[in-house]
Design a protein around this ligand. Structure first.
Ligand code: RB5
Length: 146
């Protein structure tokens, strides 16, 4: 059973969110909770980033995807929450490493940075790559000292 995903974006990445959501539901067969936004009308990305990151922080969802224009604002918001390891990825290698070494539980994408085909390749890799654990877990444990 694949884990459910919660997804959220602002208006700048709304079109890419819809593409990613369709891939998750139709191709990857993953249950998706869409936290919005639901149109290209201007909104504030922290409102959506906070809702999604809170759900991961409170362990209501194991994994999430956040999108904004650059992915930067959503990353900054999400990484303020306990237990969140949000990774902004614009290439497949970083997506793979964010799972293998960082156990990233939120993938962040920039809707004005990457195209649909690359975004889907990044999402696919991120979903399918496991965490390596071992020495990397020991490093993640140090996050809790902060
Ligand atoms: C919205 O204009 C834009 O600032 C937002 O999508 C994001 O890129 C912020 O980091």
């Amino acid at each position: 059973m694949k884990p459910a995903i919660i997804i959220g974006s602002d208006h700048a990445a709304y079109p890419l969110k819809e593409k990613v959501k369709a891939y998750l539901i139709e191709t990857a067969k993953i249950e998706v909770t869409d936290a919005g936004t639901h149109s290209e009308a201007s909104v504030d990305y922290p409102d959506f980033g906070m809702a999604v990151a809170k759900a991961v922080s409170e362990k209501k969802f194991e994994r999430a995807i956040l999108l904004c224009g650059t992915g930067l604002g959503m990353s900054m918001v999400a990484n303020r929450f306990d237990h969140v390891r949000a990774a902004l990825c614009s290439d497949v290698f970083s997506a793979k490493m964010s799972r293998l070494h960082n156990d990233a539980n939120i993938l962040v994408l920039g809707g004005r940075v990457i195209g649909d085909v690359l975004a889907i390749a990044i999402v696919k890799t991120w979903l399918e790559t496991p965490f390596e654990g071992g020495r990397h877990q020991a490093r993640l444990d140090k996050f809790d000292i902060i």
